[in-house]
Design a protein around this ligand. Structure first.
Ligand code: TRP
Ligand code: SF4
Length: 329
């Protein structure tokens, strides 16, 4: 018996990197045992910032899906779906927009951050402001109980819960209040020690070649005070150590002691990490040769069809609860 239903997803911005795998995708793959899972490709959400460059969208969707599949998302057990192929997300989002005030959305930390980071000022769009309303619709249109997300998404989840409560108390109880499922792995730093971000060039793409992996790992910063092999190191501030730990398997306590005691040098430590990564990431390089683009995209279309049936059933309940046009469907 499954514990309930999960909806989670990503904006399709292209290939996934090591931070996505260790922080998110491994967790999603595991959750498939316990929950009925829906994995969303949120292409409309990309438009909230990138509305002018839609020509790369399809390629980015394909690249992201390859990495999802190689990470263990199993389309026979779970449903992968494309947001824009299920228009019920938009319908529910419109109805929800009546239940949320503009000032509530203006207080959303992600909105404030994006507006500042992209220097939008007065040019911030209605779509960007309403981003979390659409996200609430993504979740609630499947009446999901649980949403695995990073901490940065918690304000959005809180709004989804508010909307669910508001709807249920105004009309009829249709929606569960979705709970956050936080990933057990803490956020990993980028190879330069800053926050990991594709635009900083400090990530390791999952589909990187063996040479690229080795080059990236050898260039990763470690404890700056450990210069010679025999210098004692501080694993707690070392990015290479954080990656070793997040990958599991290695005797991490022994590595920690060896580093602190100056029994291992950073070059050897990085070499070992590079070889572990080359092995661990092999499926990510292979999948693009083994599975055709048509096969990958057709999995998404099959999933979207299945998802749409669920979404339509929710909208039937919603229209009935709101006394709207329920008789003609
Ligand atoms: N906002 C999420 C992100 O940037 C993507 C997303 C859209 C999402 N809809 C969702 C995540 C619903 C979880 C549930 O990563
Ligand atoms: Fe980091 Fe390894 Fe060097 Fe220790 S030995 S500082 S863990 S790279």
């Amino acid at each position: 018996m499954k514990k309930g239903r999960i909806l989670t997803g990503h904006r399709p911005t292209g290939r996934r990197h090591l931070g996505h795998l260790l922080g998110t995708l491994e967790n999603w793959a595991r959750l498939q045992d316990e929950y009925e899972c829906f994995f969303l490709v949120a292409d409309w959400h990309v438009l909230t910032s990138d509305y002018a460059h839609t020509d790369r969208l399809e390629e980015n969707i394909y690249q992201m899906l390859c990495d999802w599949l190689a990470a263990g998302i199993n389309p026979e057990r779970s449903t992968m779906l494309l947001q824009s192929a299920v228009p019920e997300h938009a319908e529910l989002s419109l109805l929800f927009s009546m239940l949320v005030t503009v000032s509530r959305l203006q207080r959303n930390p992600t909105y404030k951050e994006q507006k500042k980071e992209l220097h939008l000022g007065e040019r911030a769009s209605l779509g960007l402001l309403a981003y979390p309303v659409l996200q609430a619709a993504d979740i609630l249109v499947y009446r999901a109980n649980a949403v695995p997300v990073g901490e940065d998404q918690l304000p959005h989840l809180e709004l989804s819960r508010e909307i669910a409560r508001r709807f249920n108390s105004l009309y009829t109880s249709v929606f569960p209040e979705p709970q956050a499922v936080l990933s057990p792995t803490p956020r990993l730093p980028g190879t330069d020690g800053r926050m990991m971000h594709t635009s900083y060039g400090n990530t390791i793409p999952l589909s990187a070649t063996s040479e690229e992996i080795r080059e990236k790992v050898m260039g990763t910063i470690t404890d700056p005070q450990k210069i010679y092999l025999r210098d004692p190191g501080h694993p707690e501030i070392c990015t290479v150590f954080a990656y070793h730990r997040a990958l599991g398997q290695t005797d991490i306590a022994m590595l920690e002691n060896d580093c602190r005691a100056g029994r291992i040098g950073c070059v050897a430590c990085k070499k070992e990490l590079a070889e572990r990564l080359v092995q661990r990431l092999q499926p990510f390089r292979e999948i693009r040769e083994r599975v055709s683009r048509e096969q990958v995209m057709s999995l998404l279309h099959e999933g979207s069809k299945r998802a749409r049936l669920e979404a339509q059933e929710s909208l039937r309940l919603v229209r009935q609860a709101m006394h709207m046009a329920y008789s003609h469907r």
